[in-house]
Every structure is written in C-alpha cells, then in structure tokens.
Design a protein around this ligand. Structure first.
Ligand code: C2E
Ligand code: MG
Ligand code: MG
Length: 622
C-alpha cells in the first residue's frame, strides 16, 4: 500500500484560490506578529509603521533612543526586530551584539536597515547575527516581503519547537508554558481550571502487537479523536473558554487537556468520564480494529497546585490512582474528592438496581387540618433501604438520581406507588384523603411527563382530585412557556398543584398568578423560627394572607411543637405537617395511625380537635 502523503503538493499556485490562501496566511502572520523598530529618526519609525499597518500589522513599537532599546525589546517580546545601523550613543552594531548575547533574544530575527551600500557594512552586520538586510530608503514592497519571509520562517521554527511532529498537538514544552500563563491568570482572576492527565492503558502491548508503525498510527488517531471530541463536548456543554483550552501530547502515550473555568469536582468528573467514553469505539489501524482505554488523573486549579509543575505532577499522581483502580477510570488528586467520587459511583451503581431489587419504599407523612385537627392527607416521601448502608435519605440520593438520569425511573415508580396508595386508602374508606407527590424538576420536564401521569392514574385507579403534585420554584424560573403549558396540562388531568418549599427559592409572587397553582407549602426554615423570629412570623402571616387573596390554600412544613402550630392556626394557615403529628411512616404504620387517630375508618378527614402530641413520632425511625 502506498504511504499516505503527509503534505498535499498538488496546489496550483496560479489558481486564484491558492493565491487567496497565501495572501490570507501572510496577512494573519502580519496581524499576529509583534514588530520592534529601532531608529534614531522618528520620521523613519513613523513611515515604516504606516507601511506595515497598511499590510495588516497591528503590534508595532518604534524606539528612537537606542540606549533604552535593549530593555524595551526584552519587555515587548517581538517576533522580529528592524534595526538601523547608524545611530548616536549605541550604534546598531553594538545593539546587535547586545541582542545576540542576551539569551532570551539569541534567536530573534533581526533585519538591519542602512543607507550604506558598501559590502563591508553588510558583512559585518551579518557576521554579528543579522538575519536579513534592507537598503534605505526603504521600499514598502521589499520591506513587506522580507518581513513576511522572516516571520514565516520564525513561525516554522516555533512550530518545530512547540508541536509534537507525530500528532501535531502542542508538545510538553509548549503545554507547560501555556499552563504557566494560565496558572498566573488563574491567580489574578481566580477563575480556575481543570487539568486532565490522560494516559493510554497498556500502550506497550499495542506496540508489541502492531509494531511501532501501528503504535504511531494509534497515537495519531487518538490525538485526532481527542481534539475533535473535546471541541464537540465543549460546544455541547456550552463551556466557556473554548479559545483558551489547551491540549497536548506530553510523552509517548501521555496526553493532557486543560479546560478553563471548570472548578467544580462534579463537572470535572463528568468531563473526564466523557473522555473515557471517547475510546468506546475501536480505532482502525490498517485492517485491524484496536480497542484501547485510558486512565485519567484530575487536578483542579488553583486548589490542587498553584504552579503549573505542581498541578501536572498532581494530575499524574491521580492517574496512578486511576490505574490502580483497574484502568479505564478517572481519579482526583484530592483524596477527599476521590473518596466522595468513589462513594458517589458506588451509590449510583447501587441506585440503578434499587428499584428492581425492591429497595425503595414509600413513607407517608400525615397532613393535618389546622381548623379541624383532622388528618386530611399525606405527603409521599421516598426512602431507600440500602442493603449495606441502611436507610439512605432522599437528600443523598435524589440529586444523584437527577444527575444520572435515573430520576425518571424513580419518579415514575413514586408516581405509581403513591397513586396506588391513594386508591388503597379510598378502598379502605378514606376517600377524601389527598396524597401529595414530589416531582423533581428533571422528571417534570421530561417529554412524557403527562403520559406518565395519565398512565399512573389509569393503572392504579387513583382519583385525580385526591392527588397533589408538589413542584419547586426552580421549575417556574427556568422555562416559563414550557412550564406553564405543562402545568396547565397536569391541571387538566384533574390533579392539584402545590408549590413546595415556598420562600426558599427566588420567589416571584407573579408566578402565583401565571401558573395554575392550588397550594403553597411554607418551607420548614420559616416555620422552625416562627416564634423566636418576629420577622419570620410576620412573613408567614403575610404569605398566608396573600395566598388566600389569590384563592390558594397554605400548608406549613416541619411543625415540631404546639407553639408553632398555634401560631399558624391563629394566622389562618390551612394545614400543617411535621414531627408534632408524625414523622414520615411506612404504609402499614400510616394506616395504623389513621385508625388510632380517628377511631373509625372513614372519619379521619372529618375529625375535630388537635391530635395528641405523642401520636406519631414513635412509630418510625424518621
Ligand atoms: P420536602 O418535599 O420539602 O419534604 C419535607 C421534608 O421535611 C421531608 O424530608 C420530611 O421528612 C421533613 N420533615 C417533615 N416534618 C419535619 C419536621 O417537623 N422537622 C424536620 N426537621 N423535618 C421534617 P425527607 O423525606 O428527607 O425529604 C427531603 C426532600 O427530598 C423532600 O423535601 C423532597 O424535596 C425530596 N423528596 C422526598 N421524597 C421524594 C420523592 O419521592 N420524589 C422526589 N422527586 N423528591 C422527593
Ligand atoms: Mg414536598
Ligand atoms: Mg418541602
């Protein structure tokens, strides 16, 4: 098989398109370059500046006092120096000598400019290290062309020094320089970034089986996939800093990616896992399909290292941890984050199986009327009985379920189980008891939400008018039109809608008019201090009054003592939940409570008087 040519040599320079490409390249070279000119005559620096600006130059520094030149050149870091030879104080020859003996300027291209036409002057300048020569008075076109060639050569040299020839990615030296600059700016702007150190697993084996050529091809393919996919990922995730993202090949099978503005461990882990996924599909090397995996070490800047060297070092140590975990995985440098990430992962794996293994249970917390003291319903609250950890609270696993997408399955299970509970209660004679069901914003925004609701109502025979769906304010904030449509559709099914944790979000009272909301649940944080904190007391009373004006009912959450309950009753609040009546209870205990509470089935919702304070809490460990 003929080798694939590295460069396409078939460009026809007479073609207008090819000409365009060359002109564009020259312009961009000129636009990006930093040019310094040292000449004692200000008129000369001005004229040359005008010439160069006409051909796209944007960074030009003219120096007329040669005594100050060396310092200013060093500070400006130019790509090329235009140098007059005949100057008072420090001549161009002296300056050239000084430039060449300054390590940072040793390889700086220098074009000397002089009116002298004798060959001695030219030879002397070339001997001292000038790269090119220009005759004064300067011809604009010649200046442009010589400068362009000089810059093109410098660019080529820079590339040779900064790029890995096999993959075309920046090499370790370039990466470290850019990372150092990033660490610096991170310090200044406290913006942060994530550094991912990516190591191909068992690359030696690929080399052994496919030979060095095959190994090289794999590295090239991997680098290409990495570049393309990372860019796609950044677009998809709408990550800022796409322009300042860095990627590099550090050594044979080690790569690195630095993504700015990613400072949260969760987001970093998400990205690392996506990168692990880049290798799910095999690589085609000649006629073979080759599967490889990677191990990724994650270091977060500036927390995991304030210098680029420490940061990379720490990311590399994290990669070792990932390798020890059996490869094809990622690990954080920070032991704390690692621990949490391992726990999250094992919890997520367990969560995936929890429903099919019947580990989920629905608990019910009674809701009591403040006017009559009767139990008028219950809120369904999920519990996970983990085989090893015991009971896991929803605060621990609901966010995880939301991130992993498992919330849809869990949410539908909750919907069906709680609707079935309503039907069971109705069959037991408690027809008026309402069951409140919490909906996660993610579950709510799922395309099939309404179908799921209809399905649950139909399958269980629950009475829609006895079902309340609890949503949080975040849903109303996010997608106004979509959420309004959704809520109207839910309302049309006959269920009621309650706004949970009211007062904790970015409450805008205008929501209460815009959406078909039937009930407000005042958050526990207000209720718990309603007695001690006069302001909170006033807020609670105002919310109750406002809700009533808008035709909504109000339930207070987290009532733990009689003083709180009495305050709420005096303010006209309709109902409450809380440990004062009962903690969330398993189905059987809830049924038992209904019976003891009312004395006879069916009369619970009509019962008058306040419950005994010791009635519920003892029945459950919650
Ligand atoms: P939430 O909907 O605001 O539920 C009320 C929480 O307050 C429950 O916590 C309940 O046990 C607790 N609570 C009730 N009375 C008192 C009291 O007097 N004092 C104190 N300190 N706490 C009280 P839980 O069950 O741990 O649930 C926490 C949150 O998890 C819920 O807040 C809800 O947002 C979410 N959640 C629970 N079950 C589900 C579910 O099935 N689906 C979804 N999407 N979210 C759920
Ligand atoms: Mg709730
Ligand atoms: Mg709540």
């Amino acid at each position: 098989m003929a080798p694939t040519p590295e460069y396409d040599l078939s460009i026809d320079l007479a073609e207008p398109a090819a000409q365009d490409t060359l002109t564009q390249h020259a312009r961009s070279l000129m636009a990006e370059a930093r040019i310094v000119m040292v000449d004692d005559e200000p008129i000369m620096t001005e004229v040359v500046q005008t010439f160069l600006e006409d051909v796209g130059c944007q960074n030009f520094l003219g120096i007329n006092d040669s005594r100050l030149a060396l310092r200013e050149i060093l500070a400006y870091e130019p790509d090329a120096l235009l140098l007059d030879l005949m100057m008072p104080h420090v001549s161009g020859f002296d300056l050239l000598q000084a430039v060449r003996s300054t390590p940072a300027l040793q390889f700086l291209p220098v074009i000397v400019m002089t009116a002298a036409s004798d060959s001695n002057t030219k030879l002397q300048a070339l001997e001292l290290g000038a790269t090119d020569f220009l005759q004064k008075p300067v011809d604009a076109s010649e200046l442009h062309l010589r400068l362009r060639n000089t810059l093109a050569y410098k660019q080529f040299q820079d590339r040779q020094a900064n790029l890995d020839p096999l993959t075309g990615l920046p090499n370790r030296k370039k990466f470290m320089a850019d990372l150092a600059a990033m660490c610096q700016s991170c310090e200044n702007r406290s913006s942060g970034a994530v550094l991912l150190h990516i190591d191909l697993d068992r690359f030696g084996r690929v080399n052994d089986s496919l030979g060095m050529g095959g190994g090289d091809q794999l590295l090239k393919e991997f680098a290409r996939r990495l570049e393309v996919k990372i860019t796609e990922l950044m677009v998809q995730e709408e990550l800022p800093g796409r322009d300042s993202m860095l990627s590099a090949r550090l050594t044979a099978d080690e790569f690195a990616v630095m993504i700015p503005f990613v400072t949260k461990a969760k987001q970093a882990e998400y990205l690392a896992r996506k990168i692990l996924g880049f290798c799910e599909k095999p690589f085609r090397i000649d006629d073979a399909e080759v599967f490889v995996s990677t191990s990724i070490g994650i270091a977060l800047a500036p927390g995991d290292g304030d210098s680029c060297v420490t940061l990379l070092h720490n990311a590399v140590s994290a990669t070792k941890v990932a390798k020890q975990r059996g490869r094809n995985s990622c690990a954080f440098f920070s032991p704390d984050i690692n621990q949490r990430s391992v726990e999250r992962l094992s919890l997520e794996t367990a969560l995936r199986r929890a429903i099919e293994r019947n580990e989920m249970q629905m608990y019910y917390q009674p809701k009591v009327s403040l006017r009559t003291g009767a139990i008028i319903g219950a809120e369904a609250l999920i519990r996970w009985l983990h085989p090893v950890r015991g009971l896991v609270t929803p605060a621990e696993f609901i966010p995880l379920a939301e991130e992993s997408g498992l919330i849809k399955t869990i949410g539908n299970w909750v919907l069906n189980t709680a609707c079935a509970q309503q039907a069971t209660l109705a069959r037991a004679g408690y027809r008026n008891l309402e069951i409140a069901i919490n909906l996660s914003p993610i579950q709510l925004m799922a395309a099939d939400m309404i179908e799921q609701l209809r399905g649950a109502l139909a399958a269980t025979g629950a009475a829609p008018s006895r079902i309340i769906l609890e949503i949080t304010e975040s849903v109303l904030l996010e997608q106004t039109r979509q959420s309004a449509m959704l809520m109207n559709a839910m309302h049309d099914e006959g269920v009621r809608i309650s706004l949970d944790d009211f007062g904790t979000g970015y409450s805008s009272l205008s929501y209460l008019k815009q959406y078909p909301i039937d009930e407000l649940k005042i958050d526990r944080s207000f209720v718990s201090t309603v007695i001690e904190d006069k302001d909170n007391g006033a807020i609670v009373n105002a919310v109750v009054a406002l809700a009533h004006c808008l035709g909504l009912t109000v339930t207070a959450e987290g009532v733990e003592n009689e003083a709180q309950r009495d305050f709420l009753a005096a303010g006209g609040c309709d109902s409450y939940q809380g440990f004062l009546v009962a903690r969330p209870l398993p189905h059987a205990d809830f049924m038992a409570l209904l019976n003891t509470y009312s004395g006879s089935a069916g009369s619970v919702s009509r019962q008058a008087g306040f419950p005994r304070t010791d009635s519920g809490a003892a029945a459950s460990q919650f």
